[in-house]
Design a protein around this ligand. Structure first.
Ligand code: HEM
Length: 429
């Protein structure tokens, strides 16, 4: 038995697949791994080896398996020993100490105060504000000279989640420009080690400044709520947060809450622009705007991989593959939406009427399920519906079938730009 496990480990340690850090073709890569084995050895920057898990059923199982941790400080021997450290280009994804890198009771402790601040009442109350921001952005687009090509990522999709996150977290205006730059660098997995390290320092400094500002000027925002929870000294049971945990939780909320939603809005707009028959189906009531959002989440998950998880003990994945204790694990959200076992043949087709459109794991699953899913869904549905109401003749500027450049990342999955000719504005007359 032992010999068989050893043999399977050796077999699976051969020929690791080097993950393409530029994310040039995440779906082809994901399919290759999915077809190979329930878990395949992959190579990350700096020669770090891990296991990619790409099949829907396996990912769902692992995401609720207590033998899987996200805490590098407790469960990644290479991180604990310093063999992998701050100079590793992806170190920021494991060095931060917040809910997304926490395990077990620590996770519960770190998530609780944020979940308490992120109430459904607060999110529901944001709807009119989302509509207002969307309409303001569309007014700006309508004021541009007719016939001009517009980049909808920069001019629309990017602006909405950014403003919502800035407002929700009470970010002072002086921090907006630095944060734009830092978050772009955070998801760019092709930047140099030096730039990644500089970015991590800039992130810490900027977020510490945000906390200092909000501590001095508390408001009705989530940052102020979290500061109050921390400064109360943990009177409320389970709400103890160190200053680092407070800042790191804010870093998470900020980075998770914005680039991903930009990607989602871009995908939904892009798919409807290049598949006019799908837009027609929505207009004819065969699918809803919410269906568009789910299908966009399925076909292009805004986060391709969830970094990083660690095997707390040996995990037998079946088919002779064992993930050894202490090894890093990457779960591929990018792969789930196109898994033919779940979505059948033609999973790569955008179809708002698809029965399995909601069966993705693009917001994760289990204990780390995304806290911002309701907000992101609302932002996307409102943005896309109002855009097509206002610009019913909008056309892609690149011929249909032409490829658009994608974000240089194997984590963030989105279009780098979305050039569109808006056409005449619908003034409702
Ligand atoms: C389309 C937009 C979004 C997508 C696709 C997305 C995706 C995800 C995914 C996949 C996870 C789980 C990661 C893992 O298990 O490794 C996650 C967790 C999380 N997301 Fe989102 N997210 C989005 C928007 C947001 C927004 C708007 C916020 C808040 C402003 C947010 C806050 C969080 C937080 C706090 C977690 C960590 C939860 C935990 O560890 O307990 N996300 N998100």
């Amino acid at each position: 038995m032992f010999a068989a496990i050893l043999e399977s480990r050796q077999m699976n340690r051969q020929c690791p697949i080097a993950i393409d850090l530029s994310g040039a073709d995440v779906h082809a890569e994901a399919a290759r791994i999915r077809e190979q084995a329930p878990a395949a050895q992959v190579l990350l920057p700096g020669g770090v080896r891990g296991w990619a898990v790409n099949r829907h059923a396996d990912i769902r199982r692992l995401l609720v398996d207590p033998r899987v941790s996200k805490d590098a400080y407790r469960h990644w021997p290479a991180w604990i020993s310093g063999e992998v450290g701050a100079e590793w280009p992806l170190s920021i994804w494991v060095s931060v100490q917040n809910m997304i890198t926490a395990y077990g009771e620590e996770h519960t402790r770190l998530r609780k105060p944020v979940a308490a601040a992120f109430t459904s009442r607060r999110v529901a109350a944001l709807r009119p504000r989302i509509e207002e921001v969307v309409d303001g952005l569309l007014d700006g687009l309508a004021a541009l000279p007719p016939g001009r090509t517009v980049d909808l990522r920069a001019g629309f999709a990017h602006e909405l989640p950014t403003r919502m996150v800035f407002e929700l977290f009470g970010i002072p205006e002086r921090s907006w420009a630095p944060l734009h730059k830092i978050i772009k660098g955070f998801f760019d997995t092709t930047i140099t080690v030096e730039d990644a390290q500089r970015n991590a320092v800039d992130m810490d400094v900027t977020m510490a400044d945000v906390v200092a500002y909000r501590r001095a000027h508390p408001g009705d925002d989530i940052t102020s709520v979290l500061i109050a929870a921390r400064d109360s000294g943990g009177e409320e049971e389970g709400v103890r947060l160190s200053e680092k945990e407070l800042v790191d939780n804010l870093i998470l909320l900020f980075t998770a809450g914005y680039e991903t939603t930009v990607n989602l809005i871009c995908t939904a707009l892009h798919e409807l622009l290049r598949h006019p028959e799908q837009l027609k189906a929505v207009r004819e009531g065969l699918g809803s705007w919410e269906d568009v959002v789910e299908e966009a989440l399925r076909i292009e998950p805004p986060a391709s991989y969830g970094l990083l998880r660690f095997a707390v003990e040996d995990i037998d994945m079946g088919e002779g593959v064992v993930i050894p204790q202490g090894d890093p694990i990457l779960v591929s959200f990018g792969s789930v939406g196109r898994d033919p076992q779940l979505h059948g043949a033609g999973a790569e087709r955008f179809d708002v009427t698809r029965e399995t459109r909601g069966q993705h794991l693009s917001f994760g699953f289990g204990t780390h399920y995304c806290l911002g899913a309701t907000l992101a869904r609302a932002e996307c549905a409102i943005a896309v519906e109002r855009f097509f109401e206002r610009f019913p003749e909008a056309e892609p500027a690149v011929a249909r079938g032409g490829e658009l450049p994608r974000v240089a990342s194997f984590i963030s999955n989105g279009l780098r730009e979305l050039p569109v000719v808006l056409g005449a504005e619908n003034r409702g007359v």
